[in-house]
Design a protein around this ligand. Structure first.
Ligand code: G6P
Length: 609
């Protein structure tokens, strides 16, 4: 949520900042801006509401010279997306420019105080108070002024500050919102997300809360809140430049949907152990005794990751027979449930930065629980703060609507369930069978993807509809929730996911000939019962799009449209069944002319509460 890029070096800053912002645009795209510094009293600020393209147009007319600068792409929290509210924000005297990600909760009180001292504000944002406060405390040194400002701020920030009065340096600070420092030769970078640095440097330093950093072309330093220099280790990013590009695909989302056979293969690489019929994870940091002692697991997450957690609940209960609860992180963080000390709390997050998930994790740690994280972004805050964890290795996910991260999360939860099961009552034979099934999944997902052209035709038939129901039972109920979420997010059609049998307690009232139901009716333990629910929809003249198992010829007589996916055991059905739902959302959104990779009002990584 909001992207920050800073550069201090010997090359022109503007193209580097714009390249970085483009890589972060998925985090927020309401407005964009930058400030470069070329010497005392020489700061060049350019900003525009709208996408980065409109900033680039503006820069063509008025380039921003210089080899040092900061930049920002915004997801609006305080004040609408206007030029005035775009970052960087300047102090009234023009001595300080700030870009900020996060929320300053006490900005109104601070603003009032500054206004009483005659300071005139130019924007509606919370960020402007930071710029004004730094200028207010400026007495020759930028570092000193920033250090006097930070303790006054309540809330969260990842921020970068420059001043023409201290023209060689950028200062960065972090509390609750991510910030990384990029190390190059004769140049240094700052970014809210390492993805911004792809193609510039692979060496990054992840900043911690309450830390401050100072970068110049030749040096970087990290300080704690007492302004004492602290050591920090440099990590290598293992992403390739091409990972974050669209390749031959029209959208990142479509590329990511088609990457799923590969991302699943990446998730399992080196983790499935034939000899012990189990899964192993390098970074779990929990010994088998601790895992055996666990008597309950809490999975906490937001959005699509929450839907993956719901499937994880079924998987862990089935393979390991351990009680599992799934909690929205935004609710869990404020509850005070009685949890005993043999409970493991697992935070699931693609970005590893979602504010609510991070807060839920911290709250659990505070109460003494063992915490684990399942994350995609290596080095992200949640990944670093958990006691141990598992990375998805799915590569950067750029499309705001999550797809490949979802299947990797579900699969990883399956591997974890297998591991937990093998420490309990799952036999070696059962473990071996599950591993065989897991190994065949990438090829089966490839087969699922073959429905693309057919799903496109179905999308053409229904793209005009304004309401959809998504129905499924057991393992397919969370998939129904996820299918509905995908459609809402990117096509703006109203969609509801429901347990198929629960539908008759309310949503059935919505069914008529204009309201299609997407029915997850794969062969399995309760197929017959799901089919009765399908009949209930048909009896009310509701159009039915069925997702069925290959070879199920009977269903064609009952549904208006049938999409077939490969036959897999019930517990792996979410992985093959979600593919047509991702594609359906994609094609409907495309036919409706929506901006698929950057849907309105959304952001990829939600770093505010
Ligand atoms: C945002 C994104 C969703 C995502 C959710 C949780 O709302 O738009 O796609 O599922 O955040 O994100 P996380 O990174 O924690 O999985």
């Amino acid at each position: 949520m909001c992207g920050i890029v800073g550069y201090a070096g010997r090359r022109e800053a503007e193209p580097i900042l714009i390249d970085g912002l483009r890589r972060l645009e998925y985090r927020g795209y309401d407005s964009a801006g930058l400030a470069t510094v070329t010497g005392p009293e020489q700061m060049h600020v350019r900003k525009r509401s709208g996408r980065i393209a409109s900033l680039v147009g503006h820069l063509r007319e008025r380039p921003a010279p210089g080899c040092l600068g900061i930049s920002h792409t915004r997801w609006a929290t305080h004040g609408p997306a206007t030029d005035a509210n775009a970052h960087p924000h300047l102090s009234s005297d023009g001595r300080v420019a700030v870009v900020h990600n996060g929320v300053i909760e006490n900005y109104e009180a601070l603003k009032r105080h500054l206004q009483e001292h005659g300071i005139v504000f130019q924007s509606d944002t919370d960020t402007e108070v930071i710029a004004q406060l730094v200028a207010y405390h400026f007495d020759g040194g930028l570092m000193e002024a920033v250090c006097r400002t930070l303790p006054l701020l309540k809330g969260t920030y990842g921020l970068a500050v420059v001043s023409p009065d201290d023209p060689e340096m950028i200062l960065g600070a972090r509390l609750g919102s991510p910030l990384v420092l990029g190390v190059g030769a004769g140049e240094h970078f700052l970014a809210s997300d390492p993805a911004a640095l792809i193609g510039q440097t692979r060496d990054v330093v992840y900043m911690k809360d309450h830390q401050l950093c100072r970068i110049t072309a030749d040096e970087w330093q990290i300080y704690d809140r007492e302004r004492t220099r602290v050591s920090a280790s440099v990590h290598q990013i293992d992403w390739e430049v091409g990972d974050a590009d669209k390749g031959a695909f029209e959208h990142h989302m479509l590329k990511e949907i088609h990457e799923q056979p590969q991302t699943l293969a990446n998730a399992m690489r080196g983790r499935l152990d034939d000899s012990e019929s189990t899964a192993h994870f390098g970074g779990l940091n929990v010994d088998n005794q601790q895992l055996r002692r666990a008597n309950r697991i809490i999975l906490t997450a937001c959005g699509t990751s929450y839907h993956a957690a719901l499937i994880g609940e079924y998987l862990i209960e089935e393979f390991a027979q351990l009680p599992v609860e799934v909690e929205y992180a935004s609710e869990f963080r404020y509850r005070n449930p009685p949890i005993d000390h043999n409970t493991i709390v697992i935070a699931i997050s693609q970005s590893g930065e979602t504010a609510d998930t991070l807060a839920a994790l911290r709250e659990s740690k505070r109460k003494g629980h063992l915490t684990l994280a399942i994350c995609n972004v290596v080095g992200s805050t949640i990944a670093r703060e958990a006691d141990g964890g598992i990375y998805l290795h799915a590569g950067p996910e750029i499309g705001v609507a999550s797809t490949k991260a979802f299947t990797s999360q579900v699969f990883t939860l399956g591997m974890l369930a297998l591991h937990l099961g093998r420490l309990r009552h799952l036999s070696a034979l059962q473990g071996a069978r599950i591993i065989d099934q897991m190994l065949s999944l990438p090829a089966l997902i490839e087969e699922s993807l073959e429905c693309d052209a057919q799903v496109q035709r179905i999308a053409e038939k229904y793209a005009h509809c304004s309401d959809f129901l998504f129905l499924g039972r057991q393992y397919l109920y969370p998939v129904a929730l996820e299918g509905a979420l995908k459609l809402k997010e990117i096509s703006y059609a109203h969609a509801e996911g429901y347990p198929a049998a629960e539908m008759k307690h309310g949503p059935i009232a919505l069914i008529d000939e204009h309201t299609p139901s997407v029915f997850l009716a794969l062969k399995g333990a309760i197929h017959e019962k799901a089919m009765s629910n399908l009949e209930e929809v048909k009896a009310r003249r509701g159009p039915v799009i069925a997702v069925a198992t290959q070879g199920d010829t009977a269903i064609a007589a009952k549904a208006d449209d049938v999409i077939c996916v490969p036959d897999v055991p019930d517990y792996f059905q979410p992985l093959v069944a979600v593919i047509p739902l991702q594609l359906l959302a994609y094609h409907i959104a495309r036919l409706r002319g929506c901006d698929i990779d950057k849907p309105r009002n959304l952001a990829k990584s939600v770093t505010v509460e």
